[in-house]
Design a protein around this ligand. Structure first.
Ligand SMILES: [Zn+2]
Length: 492
C-alpha cells in the first residue's frame, strides 16, 4: 500500500485500500498490500520455493556424502548421517531465530520484566483461568444450541470443528503462519461443505460460519494470540513507544475535522477511544472487528456533527489516526495480526468490517511513518517536538491549569480569538488607508504624466486640406429613388 501525503495533511486514495493485484477486495499492509486470497496464493508460492530449496539442499548433501563415501570407502551410516546433517542445518537455522527472540527479551531489565509477565500469562492465576474456562464453556453451550437448529448439517459442522481443534492441538509447534493457514483452510472447507454438500442457503452459511469462528477461536485464542514464536510483542512495544513519542500531535496538525469543544462531539471521541481500547479484551476475531467498526461509526458521527454534513473518506482516516494516537490501544499490532491470521477471510475482504479494518491498518502504517511534512510542520519544529524540547500545546495550556472547567477554557479561547480579530481589523484599516493613499498618488502621477505629454506635444488643429464631397455623390442609382414626400392638406 502506497502511502502518500499531501500538503493538506493525510490523504489516501480509496483505490489504495484495495488489493494491489486489482481483484477488487480490500488489501492490507500485513499481507503486503494483497487481499487475503491473493496473499495466500503468494504465500503458497513462497512456501513451495522453500520446500524446493530444502529439497535441493538435501540432494546436495546427499551427493557430497556419497562422494565422501566413495573416497573413504566407509560403509556404515552414510544414509542416516546425510539426513542428520540436513536436520542439523535446519535446526541451526531455527535456533538462530530463537536466540534472536531470546536476545530481545534479555536486552534490558524492562524487557526482562515483560518476559516474566509472559510466563505469568502462560501460567495464569486460578481465578483468571476459571474465568476463561467459564467463558469457553458458555460459548460451547451456545454453539451446540445454535448448531442443533441446523440438524444434520449442524452435526457435521460440529464434528468438523472437533476434528479441527484436535488436529490443532497437535500442531502447536508449527509456525503461526502455518497455523493460520490451517484455520483459513478450515473456514473454506466448512463453508464449501455447507454450500455444496448440504445445500445450505448462503445467508445461513454466513451465520453458521460466524458461530464456527466464535467457537474455535475462543478455544484457540490463548495459543495463537501474540505467540512467543513471533515478533508481535516487539512490534506492540515499538508502536506503543512511537505513539507515546507523538503525544504532542494536535487535531489541527492532522487536519482532523472534529471540534471537541462541542460536548456531543467530545462524547463521540471518548466513545471511539473506548471502543478501540476494548478490542484487546475480545477473544473472537469478529468481536475485535466489531469494536473497530463501532469506533469508526463514532468517528463518522463526530465529524458529521462538527461539519454539519456527512463525513467523507478523506476526513475519516486522519481522524482515525488521531483517535489511535489519543487512545494508544494496548497490543495494537498483536490484535491486527491475530485478526489477519484467524478471522474468516471473507469478513476482511469485503463489507463494512473489512473497510474499517483496512483503514485501521493504514492508520497504524501512517503512525509509523508520520513526519514533519504530513503534519504540515517544519523539520526543526518536528524534531523539537519529538525530542520533547518544546510542545505545541505548551503555550496554550500554560495559561490555565488543566482542571479549569470547559466554559472558562472556551471563554479564554474566545477572548484570545477576539484579540486576534481586533489585531487583524486594525491591520486591515491601516492597509486600507495605505491603499487609499496609493490610489491618490497614482491618480496624481497619471494626471501629471498626461499634462507633461500634452505640454511636450501640444495639440495642433490643422486646416481642412480639401472640401468634403456630398455624402451621396457616389450613389449612382440616386435617380431611381422616389421623390420626397410633400405635405398635403386633407379636408375635415
Ligand atoms: Zn486480491
Amino acid at each position: 500500500m502506497n502511502l502518500k501525503s499531501e500538503r493538506r495533511g493525510i490523504h489516501v486514495d480509496q483505490s489504495e485500500l484495495l488489493c494491489k493485484k486489482g481483484c477488487g477486495y480490500y488489501g492490507n499492509p500485513a499481507w503486503q498490500g494483497f487481499c487475503s486470497k491473493c496473499w495466500r496464493e503468494e504465500y503458497h508460492k513462497a512456501r513451495q520455493k522453500q520446500i524446493q530449496e530444502d529439497w535441493e539442499l538435501a540432494e546436495r548433501l546427499q551427493r557430497e556424502e556419497e562422494e565422501a563415501y566413495a573416497s573413504s570407502q566407509s560403509t556404515q551410516g552414510a544414509q542416516s548421517l546425510t539426513f542428520s546433517k540436513f536436520e542439523e542445518k535446519k535446526t541451526n537455522e531455527k535456533t538462530r531465530k530463537v536466540t534472536t527472540v531470546k536476545k530481545f527479551f534479555t536486552a534490558s531489565s524492562r524487557a526482562g520484566a515483560k518476559k516474566a509477565e509472559i510466563q505469568e500469562a502462560k501460567a495464569p492465576s486460578p481465578s483468571i483461568h476459571r474465568q476463561a474456562s467459564i467463558e469457553t464453556d458458555r460459548v460451547s453451550k451456545e454453539f451446540i444450541e445454535f448448531i442443533r437448529t441446523y440438524q444434520k448439517p449442524g452435526q457435521d459442522i460440529y464434528k468438523q470443528c472437533k476434528l479441527f481443534l484436535d488436529t490443532m492441538s497437535h500442531k502447536r509447534d508449527l509456525s503461526i503462519e502455518e497455523q493460520s493457514e490451517c484455520a483459513q483452510d478450515f473456514y473454506q472447507n466448512v463453508a464449501d461443505r455447507l454450500q455444496t454438500r448440504w445445500k445450505v442457503p448462503p445467508e445461513k452459511v454466513e451465520k453458521a460460519m460466524d458461530e464456527v469462528e466464535k467457537y474455535i477461536m475462543t478455544r484457540q485464542y490463548k495459543y495463537v494470540f501474540c505467540p512467543e514464536t513471533t515478533d508481535d510483542e516487539k512490534k506492540d512495544l515499538a508502536v506503543q513507544k512511537r505513539i507515546r513519542a507523538l503525544h504532542w500531535v494536535t487535531p489541527q496538525m492532522l487536519c482532523v475535522p472534529v471540534s471537541e469543544e462541542i460536548p456531543e462531539v467530545s462524547d463521540m471521541v471518548v466513545k471511539a477511544i473506548t471502543d478501540i481500547i476494548e478490542m484487546d479484551s475480545k477473544r473472537v476475531p469478529r468481536d475485535k472487528l466489531a469494536c473497530i467498526t463501532k469506533c469508526s461509526k463514532h468517528i463518522f458521527n463526530a465529524i458529521k456533527i462538527t461539519k454539519n454534513e456527512p463525513a467523507s473518506a478523506d476526513d475519516f482516516l486522519p481522524t482515525l489516526i488521531y483517535i489511535v494516537l489519543k487512545g494508544n490501544p494496548p497490543r495494537l499490532q498483536s490484535n491486527i495480526q491475530y485478526i489477519t491470521r484467524f478471522c474468516n477471510p471473507s469478513r476482511l475482504m469485503t463489507g463494512e468490517d473489512g473497510y474499517y479494518f483496512t483503514n485501521l491498518c493504514c492508520a497504524v502504517a501512517f503512525i509509523e511513518k508520520l513526519d514533519a511534512q504530513s503534519l504540515n510542520l517544519s523539520q526543526e519544529d518536528f524534531d523539537r517536538f519529538m525530542t520533547g524540547q518544546t510542545s505545541p500545546k505548551k503555550q496554550e495550556s500554560d495559561s490555565f491549569s488543566p482542571d479549569v472547567c470547559l466554559g472558562v477554557k472556551q471563554m479564554c479561547k474566545s477572548l484570545d480569538l477576539l484579540s486576534q480579530l481586533n489585531e487583524r481589523q486594525e491591520r486591515i484599516v491601516s492597509e486600507a488607508k495605505k491603499l487609499e493613499k496609493d490610489l491618490i498618488d497614482w491618480t496624481d502621477g497619471i494626471t501629471k504624466e498626461v499634462e507633461d505629454i500634452v505640454e511636450k506635444y501640444p495639440l495642433e488643429i490643422k486646416p481642412k486640406s480639401q472640401a468634403l464631397a456630398a455624402i451621396d455623390s457616389e450613389n449612382v442609382e440616386n435617380d431611381k429613388l422616389p421623390p420626397p414626400l410633400q405635405p398635403q392638406v386633407y379636408a375635415g
